[in-house]
Design a protein around this ligand. Structure first.
Ligand code: LP5
Ligand code: MN
Length: 240
């Protein structure tokens, strides 16, 4: 059984090559896999299922075809597309998962998450996250006219970019302590996440056990995908 994992595609009309690469993945490799896991930030930004835009509609079409090919697709929200809800998921034939979810690969229980929750040194982001993930904020935001939502999302992007330029790079990476805590909480030794755009396979000791943290890369210059089947796993680059 083959399971594929991707995240941080940041699909947007300004990067057609990433959209095409995603469509090609759906029409080829993903169709042959048993499961495709999308671990957040599928879109550069998502302001509500009622405003999919051309890119959203293309993605729905591609995911519908995948659904018809009998591959199950699962989605965990990222910090850019946490407003993806049931309307989008139903149209795309995709299953929504909670922030932390488990899969089993070759008998190995594996934790999947977007990765932002592991950046516990980034206190400003965590405060921001708490506000925008609250049901009150989301209800108010989704009730606004689309133009206003676009403006707010664009202002938030600008502010985030300005602040990120000032932050120490370590602050925007995961905290090893947070990684170990969550692994102990779920009693697992393997996790897969994205968000940091630092693709790598980290191996370390968790107590007496060997632990592995696989980080997916973003799709800005090239694609990134984890392929896991009976032969083991590979973190692959996909050229555009
Ligand atoms: O996204 P990335 O990787 O560049 O940075 C993230 C964190 N930033 C964010 C903010 C998003 O990029 C904004 C886009 C959201 C689109 C969704 C739209 C719908 C909701 C709109 C909500 C207002 O997630 C960044 C982390 C970084 O990852 C690494 O982990 O550091 O965190 C921040 O930048 C948070 C800032 O430090 C504080 C918050 C600034 C935003 C202020 C909102 C202003 C709203 C303007 C209203 C007129
Ligand atoms: Mn992210």
């Amino acid at each position: 059984m083959t399971q594929l994992f991707i995240s941080d595609l940041h699909l947007d009309a300004s990067r057609p090559e990433a959209i095409e690469a995603f469509e090609a993945l759906l029409a080829n490799e993903a169709c042959k896999a048993e499961r495709l896991y999308i671990l957040g930030d599928l879109f550069e930004s998502w302001i509500g299922d009622d405003q999919p835009g051309d890119v959203g509609l293309r993605v729905i079409k591609g995911l519908q075809k995948l659904h018809q090919s009998n591959t199950s697709c699962y989605f965990i929200s990222g910090n850019r597309d946490f407003l993806i809800r049931n309307d989008f998921a139903t149209a795309a034939g995709m299953h929504l998962l909670p922030d932390c979810a488990l899969t089993e690969i070759n008998g190995e229980r594996t934790l999947m998450l977007h990765g932002d929750l592991l950046c516990t040194d980034d206190s400003r982001y965590l405060r921001f996250r708490k506000v925008v993930r609250s049901s009150l904020f989301q209800a108010l935001f989704l009730a606004l006219p689309a133009r206003m939502r676009e403006k707010i999302a664009s202002n938030a992007r600008d502010k985030s970019q300005l602040e990120n330029a000032e932050k120490q790079p370590e602050i925007m990476d995961v905290s090893q302590r947070a990684v170990e805590q969550i692994m102990e909480l779920y009693d697992i030794r393997t996790m897969v996440h994205g968000h940091t755009h630092r693709p790598a396979i980290h191996q370390f000791k968790l107590g007496n056990a060997n632990a592995t943290r696989i980080v997916l890369g973003d799709w800005y210059e090239q694609g990134s995908m984890l392929r896991w089947n009976a032969n083991g796993y590979q973190l692959e680059q996909l050229t555009f």
